[in-house]
Design a protein around this ligand. Structure first.
Ligand code: ATP
Length: 285
């Protein structure tokens, strides 16, 4: 049997680091939504009790280190399933980009196995399994637009953003979130106004959303990788209404109401930066 799942990229509209917990995790508050840049996951059931994974990307492991493999194993263990699955991943989301590609693949595997093996586990159980795999996985299971708190495992669905075009720009570097968080200095950190971002979503107020979007981690990533800040500046100069770094970077997200403006920004960034995309929001409730 074969099943296809789409694993869309996530973008951050805000990311605040509130503090550090005793267990070493940082307490975060992040507003996320998904866009129509997605990996494609194919699941094939196997007779043998084993998990196999393959991808078309040189940057992603084809073995038990792949987060999609870990998700399948966690699902099999939780529901005591002695069947096998082959996972083929077509990577379209840039890797180590702040776009949650691995997390979205893991979420898609959990959703897909839940269907293909007719387990019918409730969403909350999948979220709990996902939280053990990575802090963006719970959001990727929910999709839509949501705020994640704790270390990302507590999810509350929010109103959808006003319609707009999204420009994604990524320089030719990969950043691992695990390397950025230890460099956070809490006393000097910038904090976005998360409540105002929530209000702007509720009011469908595009201008207010663009004004209040923000990411605490910019103050860590920008000094380490100045090209990321240059991309943000260039985006704002060439016409986006708001721009913010996604996750721990290096992808910068720019929002604009009009396709013509998005195209102008896209043209201005190509040649200046490695990968540029114009995408749309998936959440159109
Ligand atoms: P993170 O916050 O984990 O850094 P990210 O969204 O910036 O997330 P990902 O594209 O998820 O970055 O990749 C992070 C790391 O996870 C990379 O080192 C990559 O090799 C590894 N990885 C394992 N499995 C996958 C997968 N299925 N897709 C992408 N990366 C994966």
């Amino acid at each position: 049997m074969v099943l296809f799942e789409r694993a869309p990229a996530k973008i951050n509209l805000s990311l605040d680091v509130l503090g550090k917990r005793e267990d070493g995790f940082h307490e975060v508050e992040m507003i996320m939504t998904t866009v129509d840049l997605a990996d494609r996951i194919e699941l094939y059931t196997l007779e043998k009790d084993r998990v196999e994974v393959s991808t078309d990307s040189q940057y992603v492991p084809n073995d038990e280190r792949n987060i999609a493999y870990k998700a399948a194993l966690a699902f099999k263990n939780k529901y005591q399933l002695y069947q096998g699955v082959r996972i083929d991943i077509q990577k379209n989301i840039p890797v180590s980009a702040g776009l949650g590609g691995g997390s979205s693949d893991a979420a898609a595997v959990l959703r897909g196995l839940n269907r293909i093996w007719s387990v019918d586990a409730p969403l909350d159980e999948l979220v709990e399994l996902g939280a053990a795999l990575g802090s963006d996985v719970p959001f990727c299971i929910h999709g839509n637009t949501a705020i994640g708190t704790g270390h990302g495992e507590k999810i509350r669905v929010l109103s959808s953003p006003p319609p707009c075009y999204v420009v994604l720009a990524k320089p030719d570097i990969g950043i691992s979130t695990r390397h950025i968080f230890p460099k956070v200095t809490l006393d000097t950190l910038y904090h976005p106004q998360t409540d105002e971002v929530i209000h702007s979503l509720e009011d469908k107020d595009f201008g207010k959303l663009c004004y209040h979007m923000g990411n605490s981690l910019e103050s860590v990533t920008f000094p380490l990788y100045p090209e990321v800040e240059r991309i943000k500046d260039k985006m704002l100069q060439t016409g986006v209404d708001g721009a913010v770094m996604s996750g721990s970077g290096p992808t910068v997200v720019g929002l604009t109401r009009h396709f013509s403006k998005a195209k102008r920004v896209y043209n201005g960034l190509r040649g200046f930066c490695d990968e540029v995309y114009i995408v749309q929001l998936l959440d159109r409730r």
